[in-house]
Design a protein around this ligand. Structure first.
Ligand code: OOG
Ligand code: MG
Length: 247
């Protein structure tokens, strides 16, 4: 039997000690259900420290991300208010952070069925996600990364815009004024709205309704890039403005 709580504690300590660990599956088999149980136990540890759920993140919703990380399935994780980035992110608290552009949705009312999620959205914005795998060299199998809450570390978003079609908008990631990644939101399952519906379906399937005020990150449209110290990052989405973060 997999000790879900012990594995969650191991990942949680790795994050807090800023120390990479070997993948869990190097030591034992872990199926997807057990991996999600570890993820939930890890979120529970954060909640006990006073963090509150703030939303859902989708992972590997684009080919660029699947190819970068060598996995082929969509996964999801949970966001807490403790992960919300300020205008700056302290990268000394992270093991090997990477940043990627995201499309963010704001949920305006409780979502009890996946079919109603689009009508519950009150805002859309360009966002970013700072990933930080707790595994050495950012290398993992699918169950490993699920247990590690889909590498979630920090996230942020720009100004909210009224819900609109964002099925094919240009996304640009710049570091210190240099473009480092460009992509289209169409890379996210053909339309980030599909990822939004999947997020609702997955959360509901796990017994969780999306709550008012929650954020859904639809997944990166491009590969993630290393986030060094002293960097000034800007993510722009055509028609959505931008969001900036410094390290
Ligand atoms: C896992 C997280 C993937 C995305 O947007 O595809 C993700 C990872 O790449 O380490 O957040
Ligand atoms: Mg992401």
């Amino acid at each position: 039997m997999v000790d879900v709580h012990a594995l969650a504690a191991t990942l949680d300590e790795a994050a807090r000690d800023v120390r990479a660990i070997p993948p869990l599956t190097g030591a034992m088999p872990l199926d997807l259900a057990a991996a999600y149980a570890v993820q939930r136990a890890g979120i529970e540890l954060r909640r006990r420290r006073g963090e509150r759920l703030a939303g859902v993140k989708m992972g590997f919703t684009s080919r660029a991300k699947m190819a970068q990380m060598g996995v082929g399935d969509v996964i999801w994780g949970l966001l807490t208010d403790g992960m919300l980035a300020g205008p700056s992110v302290d990268v000394s608290r992270l093991i090997h952070p990477r940043i990627e552009p995201e499309i963010a949705y704001l949920i305006g009312r409780e979502v009890r069925s996946a079919t109603e999620v689009e009508s519950a959205v009150t805002g859309v914005a360009v966002g970013f996600e700072v990933l930080d795998s707790r595994y050495r060299d950012f290398r993992f199998t699918l169950p490993d990364v699920i247990a590690d809450n889909a590498s979630a570390a920090r996230f942020g978003f720009g100004a909210w815009h009224r819900p609109r079609d964002v099925s094919n908008i240009g996304l640009l990631l710049e570091i210190d004024g240099r473009p480092v990644q460009t992509g289209s939101s169409a890379a996210i399952l053909g339309d980030p709205a599909r990822s939004l519906r999947a997020a609702a379906r997955l959360a509901l399937g796990a017994g969780m309704a999306l709550e008012p005020g929650w954020i859904v990150l639809a997944g990166a449209a491009t590969a993630a890039v290393p986030l060094p110290e002293g960097a000034h990052v800007r993510v722009t989405g055509a028609g959505l403005g931008g969001v900036e973060v410094t390290t």
